[in-house]
Design a protein around this ligand. Structure first.
Ligand code: ADP
Length: 326
């Protein structure tokens, strides 16, 4: 690889708290090594639109505590086409950028891999609240999103107990039940419904009835958005069987509330570490890899592996949650 002189950084796909600390770390680590950092706006779309500019240590000042991403993010269907990617490479060359760091989720790692296949030096950093990216024990944003979910669970529990209600709390996470499961474990939920464990509506009804008979003052059910049934659908079913459960049911869909907010200490530190490690990896001549965290250390995984392997949920934690919901 020719000496890295200009390094591009972009955030792509779903945003998450902690992306700003990662951008800040990339920019300042690059400058430390006399590499000029360039910020690309709105993910891969900014590469195609040639929407990018040089960044300085000051342009990332005061952002470590801010949620979202300073660079903006996007889903770019154009980048999924050969023509779009060609345009992206052309603009990178035009601006003399000869390496790129992509911060994003599973989809963004696929995009990064496409650039790598074209021979462009690229390193990925996992940023996704879903925690579904293979090659990193935690993705940037997961911890903050989980704490936001937990706050909501605690608050809802207060009101649920006062009224003897059941609450279905729908959590984000696409096809991964991580957030819902961890939110359930940490929040002491009575039931956790996740995509990894398919279920029938009758099972929820039975669970609700059991909770009532056991004398519980509330019944908190966390439903992952990718579970067999959506929270609203479950409520409709439970409403038609109201007499059999003892609880009235309410639904709270947390939605994008979980994406926003100031990053937790964990996410600020993870973003800072992985951003710095990604620059370091490129300096070492690594490319086509993602820098994740494994056993508290930065770990490299080939992008090819990242996108081809799923990240299964630790089902032992599900079993623990089931025992503790008693
Ligand atoms: P996330 O990175 O959060 O998983 P997406 O799955 O929406 O979010 O992916 C973000 C962007 O990455 C997409 O809009 C697209 O531009 C790019 N991307 C995803 N998959 C591919 C692919 N197979 N080839 C090229 N680009 C891709």
């Amino acid at each position: 690889m020719t000496k890295m002189r200009r390094l591009g950084v972009l955030t792509s796909g779903g945003d998450g708290p902690g992306m700003n600390p990662a951008i800040r770390a990339v920019v300042r680590t690059a400058l430390e090594h006399e590499i000029i950092p360039w910020g690309i706006q709105r993910g891969f779309q900014g590469l195609i639109d040639n929407d990018m500019q040089e960044m300085t240590a000051r342009s990332v000042g005061g952002i470590i505590q801010r949620g979202g991403t300073l660079l903006g993010t996007a889903r770019s269907p154009e980048f999924m086409t050969e023509r779009g990617r060609m345009e992206a490479l052309r603009n990178l060359n035009k601006n003399s950028i000869n390496a790129l760091i992509v911060i994003g989720g599973d989809g963004s790692m696929r995009g990064a891999l496409e650039l790598h296949k074209q021979g462009f030096p690229v390193v990925g950093v996992p940023g996704s609240i879903d925690n579904d990216v293979y090659g990193s024990e935690m993705s940037i944003g997961v911890d903050t999103a989980l704490n936001t979910l937990l706050q909501a669970v605690d608050r809802i529990k207060d009101t649920a107990s006062s009224h003897r209600r059941a609450f279905l709390i729908e959590a984000m996470g696409r096809n991964c039940g991580y957030l819902a499961l961890m939110g359930g474990l940490a929040g002491g939920a009575e039931m956790v419904l996740i995509p990894e464990v398919p279920f029938e509506l009758e099972e929820v009804l039975n669970g609700l009835r059991d909770a009532y008979i056991k004398g519980k003052a509330h019944c908190i059910i966390i439903v992952a958005e990718g579970a067999s049934h959506r929270a609203t659908e479950i409520k409709e079913f439970l409403d038609t069987h109201k007499q059999e459960t003892g609880f009235t049911t309410r639904v709270t869909i947390l939605g994008h509330v979980q994406r926003g907010g100031s990053p937790s200490a964990f996410d600020r530190i993870l973003g800072s570490r992985l951003g710095a490690a990604a620059v370091q990896a490129l300096i070492e001549g690594q490319q086509g890899i993602m820098v994740g965290i494994s056993k508290s250390q930065a770990a490299y995984t080939p992008l090819e592996e990242v996108v081809s392997k799923g990240k299964p949920l630790d089902m032992n934690l599900y079993r623990i949650a089931r025992i503790l919901e008693k």
